[in-house]
Design a protein around this ligand. Structure first.
Ligand code: SF4
Length: 333
């Protein structure tokens, strides 16, 4: 008997997998990454998933969801959570993929680390049932951490796994899970594998701006959202200004054939990368925004259009003028 276990790299999915392994079931791990995954540890969520799989001595497959993810993000059938997180649609997409892998590897059911009531929108009885149904996996998902308080799955009914060895955890507290880590001798674990930027209020504002203004969403656009200060000049045109040296260096790597690149000519200051239509007016506005973040007391700043090797005399903006273009408050992501 073989199962697929969704491994995020966090404590819940590791415990769920351990519980199933203990019942003599062979497990293949499956990790999903989206452009919005963020992890406090170097290497990101997929590294954490690999670390967990290694400690469990199981194979792990990593699936990256990009285009399909953008599609559900634009128009999620079940709507958004508190911010721009389409949790129910996201879980459906992941479980549909898991179902494909399930038949590829000859597995009989799917295991997840979901806990009833841990996430208000996607982990209540109604949502869990919608997710299962929409993914075409009714009865074939085992949630070992909450299984005793959920309707029995087919693997339980068929006796492939024993319900008495499963748990009855409910709610957001991870107290029980932490106790279990001691029993299992788990070290170096993460309470949650990482965050999802779509649940971050400020990131969600930037992303919403992108969804409204950009039709053909690319991974490039989303990655650019993760750094700098963002300003929208018009529907097609936006600029990003670095907040420190690290970001300025990272922004230079976002340079493409059709982007503009500005930097102050004679004084220290940030890098500006811009995308869109840069006629004289928009170029001047971009240079003015950049100038506002330059050191020095002069209101006028010489800004170099690096690609055209042209100097623009820019004027620092008042706070209210700047605010007019700004997409959101500064956020550390
Ligand atoms: S928090 Fe993000 S990754 Fe997690 S289910 Fe919701 S949308 Fe998906």
């Amino acid at each position: 008997m073989k199962a697929i276990s969704l491994i995020s790299g966090g404590i819940d999915s590791e415990l769920a997998t351990r519980i199933i392994l203990q019942q003599g079931i062979e497990v293949v791990g499956l990790n999903f990454t989206t452009p919005f995954c963020q992890c406090s540890r170097k290497g990101g969520c997929r590294n954490e998933a690999r670390r967990v799989a290694e400690s469990l001595s199981i194979e792990v497959k990593v699936i990256s969801l990009v285009e399909e993810y953008f599609e559900i993000l634009k128009n999620p059938k079940y709507g958004y959570g508190k911010n721009l997180n389409p949790c129910i649609d996201c879980r459906i997409l992941m479980l549909k993929k898991a179902k494909e892998v399930m038949s590829e590897v000859g597995a009989s059911f799917i295991v997840t680390g979901e806990v009833l009531g841990q996430r208000p929108k996607s982990q209540n009885i109604k949502s869990l049932s919608i997710i299962e149904k929409e993914a075409g996996l009714e009865g074939y998902i085992v949630r070992p951490l909450s299984a005793k308080i959920l309707e029995a799955s087919i693997p339980q009914k068929e006796g492939w796994i024993k319900t008495e060895n499963l748990l009855d955890i409910i709610g957001r507290s991870r107290k029980k899970q932490i106790e279990l880590t001691k029993i299992y001798g788990m070290k170096n674990y993460l309470c949650a594998a990482g965050g999802c930027l779509l649940t971050d209020k400020n990131f969600a504002k930037r992303m919403k701006d992108l969804l409204i203004n950009k039709k053909n969403l690319q991974l490039y656009d989303v990655n650019l959202l993760k750094i700098g200060r963002h300003f929208r000049i018009d529907k097609q045109t936006k600029v990003v200004i670095g907040r420190n040296e690290t970001e300025n260096n990272r922004l230079l790597a976002f340079n493409k054939e059709d982007t503009i690149l500005l930097q102050p000519l004679k004084i220290p200051g940030p890098v500006c990368v811009g995308e869109g239509i840069f006629d004289q007016k928009n170029l001047q506005v971009s240079a003015n925004i950049l100038a506002t973040y330059c050191d020095g007391n002069d209101d006028k700043v010489e800004v170099l259009d690096i690609k055209k090797n042209k100097v623009i005399i820019a004027n620092k903006l008042q706070k209210s003028q700047l605010q007019h273009y700004r997409i959101e408050e500064i956020v550390n992501v």
